[in-house]
Design a protein around this ligand. Sequence first.
Ligand code: BMA
Length: 326
Amino acid sequence: MNTILGPDLPNIPWEERPAGDRNVMWRYSGNPIIKRDQLADSNSIFNSAVVPFGDGYAGVFRCDNTGRFMRIHAGFSKDAVKWDINPQPIHMQCEDAEIGKFDYAYDPRVCFLEDRYYVTWCNGYHGPTIGMAWTRDFVTFHQIENAFLPFNRNGVMFPRKINGRFAMLSRPSDNGHTPFGDIFFSESPDMKYWGAHRHVMSPRGSWQSTKIGPGPIPIETSEGWLLIYHGVLTSCNGFVYHVGAALLDIDEPWKVLYRTEPYILNPRETYECVGDVPNVVFPCATLSDAATGRIAMYYGGADTVTCLAFAQVDELIAFTKENSVL
Ligand code: BMA
């Protein structure tokens, strides 16, 4: 039995796989769970991250407004499906005005680590890089140093220290729409200085041939870190974003043990194929229940709405191993 090494969360969203569905991951019947205009001035709400919080859930949501400015907003939920999103964007506290100066914020991830929640996001600082903040209540957010120099996107922390150091995956990029991109591992003694950078994996044929990037916070399992990631191909019509899975070594997560040759989710429903950027599924968070092995994954559809999909950890690990090409 492949197990999640983490807490039991019996109340995460869940639906059984529909009869006749042969896919390792299946969609929530109520998708999208967050529509583009949930806020009075939102153009789109997508690529967002949620975590267990108190007796419910909290999250950080990418809300592009009707001025098409990219902002992140806090939100709360009892059931992790219906979300109350604060109409005001997060205003970070920051001791250093140079770092706190706001340009734009998008694609947040949230990671509970030791005693607080860390938020990482694509932060505008002379180009995109990895912004970082922490919060205990999702009301006050304390912004700390950017993790890296520009240009970088998809900063995804590990949920515990590894070999005594904080650890993060990221995807160095460019200042535009980035027609390349590998996943790297970095570590830090203090959340300020990041180094010991290691290559994790490169793009590879077909659905992940243009670029790849880490998605949700990796899930610790008996078989290694379960990494859900996005992989992009360039079609004659532009980028197409898919979701894949890999297992990384527990102590040396830059070592890839298994990696899916097929994707595990691709844009095929209307809300994934039609929107501001068509043909995008972009995962930023999971909730998982160790007792049952249930995984609920949150992803953006077509850069417009927020959606949910489900998998069973045993099945996803077995699928990743059986369909692995390194
Ligand atoms: C990436 C990011 C994501 C977005 C994706 C598809 O570069 O901007 O926020 O979902 O492109 O447009």
